[in-house]
Design a protein around this ligand. Structure first.
Ligand code: DQA
Length: 143
């Protein structure tokens, strides 16, 4: 099963962000781990990252045609982008929302996620391993 892993705004500079919050890995290192974890679960991950909201929406539209499961971490868009919410809502396969940091216990504005109610599962504050948990969830749900 192919899994789309869609990382959003500012996740390209993961290694320059607070390691206490984000784990200190570069996006490349994170994506390598995701590919390895997916392989172990006999999933085929396809990782993408963009800082353009329109491109993120486009990738959701694209993944609709091929993904059997989707992992989204829209970064700060999580908290306010109804355009991304509408795009995520189109999926008819399970979507897992992942955040490296614990958005429930940071600034007040990070507590709200516009995609939370669309997600079949949410993995929050578990660092890079959160993506592994998300992949495991999708592997268990595989049809
Ligand atoms: C994030 C949390 C968001 O609040 C933040 O804007 C990010 C990353 C996370 O993975 O912890 O860019 O989605």
């Amino acid at each position: 099963m192919r899994v789309a892993v869609l990382n959003g705004v500012n996740l390209d500079v993961l290694d320059r962000r607070d390691p206490a919050l984000y784990g200190g890995l570069s996006l490349n290192q994170l994506e390598s781990k995701i590919y390895d974890w997916a392989r172990e679960l006999e999933l085929l991950a396809e990782c993408r990252q963009t800082n353009s909201e329109g491109e993120y929406v486009g990738w959701c539209h694209d993944a609709f045609d091929w993904a059997g499961g989707v992992i989204v971490n829209p970064g700060a868009w999580t908290h306010y982008s109804y355009a991304i919410r509408d795009a995520v809502e189109l999926f008819n396969v399970p979507v897992v929302e992942v955040h490296l940091s614990d958005i429930e216990h940071r600034e007040e504005w990070r507590k709200h996620s516009v995609v939370a109610d669309l997600a079949a599962a949410r993995v929050i504050g578990k660092g890079p391993e959160g993506y592994q948990e998300a992949l495991e969830f999708l592997a268990e749900r595989r049809g």
